[in-house]
Design a protein around this ligand. Structure first.
Ligand SMILES: NC(=O)c1ccc[n+]([C@@H]2O[C@H](COP(=O)([O-])OP(=O)(O)OC[C@H]3O[C@@H](n4cnc5c(N)ncnc54)[C@H](O)[C@@H]3O)[C@@H](O)[C@H]2O)c1
Length: 444
């Protein structure tokens, strides 16, 4: 029998989710249109938000004997789907409906039923630089002036969207193409250097960083769904803290890396060794086309490769993992479109070093896996903002291949630890006991 619980003091004051939440998205492509069309479909009862914690998951509170497991959305104040409004930027001027048709993820019959709201989403002119995304080019771009002028144009776009949509609050999520790999340079170190770099068109500043800057300056939470460096630089992290704005990233954890972070912690938990993990993919959407460029692939490869090393900790377990050979390949293969296929060959070894092999063939749908992550991220980022959390939101690592962390801290990649961290953060926000899974009290 559950016993009634007195209301508890919340650890932070979370403002209610009143009014509309405006979602601003650089990149009106496969992921973002699948997300927006999906929200419109769910609102009309045409489908279920499968894959979304904010819509479907429960959270256990108190002891296992307490029988308190509300839905997350009933436990913390989240914006409701009915209160979401969408806007975005793209280098192509297709409406979200046309872009969704082009992406060819959702069936035409479903898209037809949500055509009206999607057609109303017309991408604003993008800030683009073909040095950063090389294999595509489009006409819908801002021209003239310095990068600082472009940042100001983005801030104007943000303010205009807020006004015209009637949104009470905003959140931005990068669903644009993967930019080429680059590491933090001098211009990324301080806000002053960064702003100076914007004025001088410093080539080390990527378009995604101009969006992130505009968002943070406007007090809008910023999440990064791609592996680009973007907000993961001291200048923008300082700005986020200064403006009391949450940020998170990078690179949605969906297909193959999702599988890796499910399996690798299991092998390590059982102290099974590993000599190799070879991953290869074919995909034929625009994302795949951009990833054909070695610079963009390098950004992806970095986030994909870092996962195993950090989960397996070869420095702590040299006998099991020091010789691990890990390779990741992505091949653009147009016939498959968004229906990616990812193969993994895993060479493990057990007792006395005897070898074994595991093969995985995941016939997945990239954007179907990514869309619920976009939904959860924007709702949780808005919650974080209303809870007064600022800077890097490590509790949202659950959603990313390359979670952002404080400098000097290694990221946590084990998906179950990430989930515990996420749920404990929600418990902490609402003044509930954190769950440690110790459980000795049941046997006293
Ligand atoms: N689908 C997944 O499972 C998944 C997982 C992890 C990361 N991602 C990342 O999410 C991003 C989006 O994926 P997608 O499949 O929707 O790709 P997509 O190519 O369909 O869409 C990206 C869109 O961004 C636009 N774009 C590029 N640069 C821009 C700029 N500077 N400003 C505005 N728009 C710009 C492109 O024109 C394109 O329409 C990619 O970076 C991808 O790597 C996707």
């Amino acid at each position: 029998m559950s016993t009634p619980h007195p209301p508890r003091e919340s650890n932070v004051a979370v403002a209610p989710a009143e009014g509309k939440l405006g979602i601003l998205i650089p990149g009106i492509g496969a992921v973002s249109t699948t997300f927006m069309a999906g929200v419109e479909a769910v609102k009309r009862g045409l489908g279920q938000p499968v894959g979304s914690l904010t819509q479907l998951a429960t959270i256990r509170l108190g002891k296992r004997t307490d029988a308190r497991t509300p839905l997350i959305k009933d436990f913390v104040p989240l914006a409701s789907l009915d209160d979401l409004v969408f806007g975005g930027w793209d280098i192509y001027d297709d409406t979200a409906y046309d872009a969704a048709v082009h992406a060819n993820v959702l069936e035409a019959s479903l898209l037809e039923k949500v055509r009206q709201p999607l057609e109303a989403i017309k991408p604003m002119k993008a800030v683009f630089n073909s040095e950063y995304v090389r294999r595509i080019n489009g006409p819908n771009v801002k021209t003239g002036g310095s990068n600082m002028d472009k940042a100001e144009m983005l801030m104007d776009d943000i303010a205009t969207f807020k006004q015209s949509s009637g949104a009470a609050r905003l959140a931005m999520i990068w669903c644009g193409s993967t930019e080429v790999f680059h590491t933090p340079g001098k211009v990324h170190q301080t806000l002053k250097d960064f702003e100076c770099g914007l004025m001088k068109n410093d080539p080390d500043i990527a378009p995604s960083q101009i969006y992130a800057y505009a968002a943070l300056k406007s007090g809008v939470p910023f999440a990064n769904g791609a592996p680009n460096l973007t907000a993961d630089i001291p200048a923008l992290l300082d700005l986020a803290r200064d403006r009391q704005v949450p940020v998170c990233g990078k690179d949605f954890k969906t297909g193959q890396t999702f599988m890796k972070t499910l399996l690798a912690p299991g092998f390590k938990a059982r102290m099974l060794g590993m000599t190799g993990w070879f991953s290869t993919n074919i995909l034929g959407n625009r994302d795949g086309e951009v990833l054909e460029d070695p610079g963009s692939f390098k950004s992806k490869e970095e986030t994909k490769l870092s996962v195993l090393e950090q989960i397996l900790q070869p420095e702590l377990y040299p006998a099991l993992y020091k010789d691990l050979y890990h390779a990741v390949r992505i091949n653009y293969y147009p016939p498959r479109g968004d229906a990616k296929e990812g193969w993994d060959n895993i060479d493990i070894f057990g007792w006395l070093g005897y070898p074994m092999q595991i093969k995985i063939d995941f016939l997945c749908r990239d954007s179907i896996l990514a869309a619920p992550l976009v939904l959860d991220l924007v709702l949780f980022m808005d919650l974080a903002q209303r809870a007064g959390l600022r800077g890097i939101q490590e509790w949202l690592s659950f959603y990313f291949k390359g979670p952002m962390t404080a400098p000097g801290l290694y990221p946590e990649h084990d998906i179950f630890i990430q989930l515990m961290k996420l749920k404990n953060t929600l418990r902490w926000m609402q003044g509930e006991d954190l769950i440690t899974h110790l459980g000795l009290e049941y046997y006293d």
